[in-house]
Design a protein around this ligand. Structure first.
Ligand SMILES: Cc1ncc(COP(=O)(O)O)c(C=O)c1O
Length: 394
């Protein structure tokens, strides 16, 4: 069977491959004294809070399960709009909010609406692996720009300006980022957007981890800068609803009917049950619970980053959001005679029964030296993982 070039261009999502290997080993050691600790997967260890669960059950029993409009339930779009005002102090009209099947569908819609064959999109190296493939699925080309710790592993206006070519269509950023947990400084973002606008391009920013920001200096939505910026978001991370497949994107007014047309054809709508459930995310009781969990994520970071450093990892930039640690393991690897972070991840999995993600997925520049730890696990598990790593690394 002839497979399309488009499909062949999509590389495996190695995070998931590593996760498969970790699950297989976990089954073998499940009954041992040292069952596997998973610090490799980027999803909250919390589930949707009670009001959200009850709203989902109610939607099912009351039969509120038909398709919704492609743009999503208006009351949900209105609640998201109110959340932007109360949490981020930014006015985002409900009419510009499009409900999607997770940030993944939102990213696909943005790419399909804006990218023509051969268009190039600039993005930082390292960055979320699927972004390259959303671009290539729209027949565009992702151009990865190596970043440094000084740049918080994010693009800078100077680099965007220098990399811009006749084929460049725009930038795709994420703040806070996966895998680094670091954000673009709002002033730098403003400068990047100025360059992009001057070149006639588009700024797309993935703000899926913005709700899990730990530092007010960074925890601001790009939508405060300009209503021409396209922002991607989701119920997966801050709202702890990964498997419910619900997210959204905010687009300029003129793009709403374009995205609506594509969404109608490709998806019809996002899950109706999930949309009804998500209305309850914005009840004061649920929001209080989310804030308590956000504080828990911060406490884990405050424990885990110094612990990693004490083990000999270098964490060049303190993460200001999300639940990741992007740790350079070169020194440890040369001490142990291990060639790079891919082998190191498997060595840690086998010897310490701690699953981590090698940097390889996230780019090509320097990712062979880095592993990504996810702190979306209990404090007790993080402490046990650190103790095991200490035993292994000496
Ligand atoms: C930066 C980033 N964007 C998008 C996604 C996809 O999220 P969703 O579950 O909303 O599709 C992820 C998931 O890990 C992510 O880390």
């Amino acid at each position: 069977m002839r497979i399309s070039q488009r499909a062949q261009a999509i590389e495996p999502f190695y995070v998931m491959e590593v996760a498969k290997a970790a699950s297989a080993l976990a089954a073998e050691v499940a009954d041992s004294e040292r069952p596997m600790i998973f610090l490799n997967i980027g999803e909250p260890d919390f589930t949707a809070p009670p009001l959200v669960q009850q709203a989902a059950a109610r939607a099912i029993t009351e039969g509120a399960t038909q398709y919704t409009q492609a743009l999503g339930l208006m009351p949900l779009r209105e609640r998201i709009s109110a959340w932007y005002a109360s949490r981020f102090g930014v006015d985002v009209p409900a009419g510009r909010i499009v409900i999607t099947a997770g940030a993944s569908a939102a990213l696909q819609l943005a790419c399909l609406a804006l990218i023509d064959a051969g268009d190039e999109i600039l993005m930082p190296d390292p960055s979320y692996p699927c972004n390259r493939h959303f671009v290539s699925a729209a027949d565009g080309k992702a151009v990865l720009i190596p970043t440094t710790a000084e740049e918080r592993f994010q693009l800078s206006a100077a680099k965007v300006e220098a990399a811009w070519s006749a084929k460049t269509r725009g930038v795709l950023l994420a703040s806070p980022s996966n895998p680094t947990g670091t954000s673009i400084h709002p002033e730098e973002l403003r400068r990047i957007h100025e360059v992009v606008t001057r070149k006639g391009g588009i700024t797309v920013i993935d703000e899926i981890y913005l709700g899990l920001s730990h530092d007010p200096a960074f925890g601001q939505s790009a939508l405060a800068i300009d209503d021409q910026i396209i922002s991607i978001n989701s119920f997966s991370k801050y709202f702890n609803m990964t498997g419910w497949r619900l997210g959204w994107l905010v687009v300029p007014e003129a793009l709403v009917p374009v995205v609506e047309r594509i969404a109608q054809n490709l998806f019809i709508c996002a899950s109706t049950v999930a949309q009804h459930a998500a209305l309850a995310c914005f009840e004061p009781e649920s929001l209080a619970e989310y804030e308590r969990r956000r504080a828990e994520f911060k406490a884990r970071r405050d424990y885990f980053i110094p612990a990693l450093r004490s083990l000999g990892f270098s964490v060049p930039v303190e993460p200001d959001g999300a639940f990741y640690a992007w740790a350079d393991c070169s020194e440890i690897c040369s001490r142990l005679g291990i060639t790079g972070s891919w082998d190191f991840a498997f060595e840690v999995m086998r010897r310490a029964h701690v699953a981590v993600t090698p940097g390889r997925d996230f780019g090509t520049a320097d990712t062979g030296h880095f592993v990504r730890f996810s702190t979306a696990n209990s404090m007790a598990q993080l402490q046990t993982a650190v103790a095991r790593l200490r035993e292994m690394l000496g």
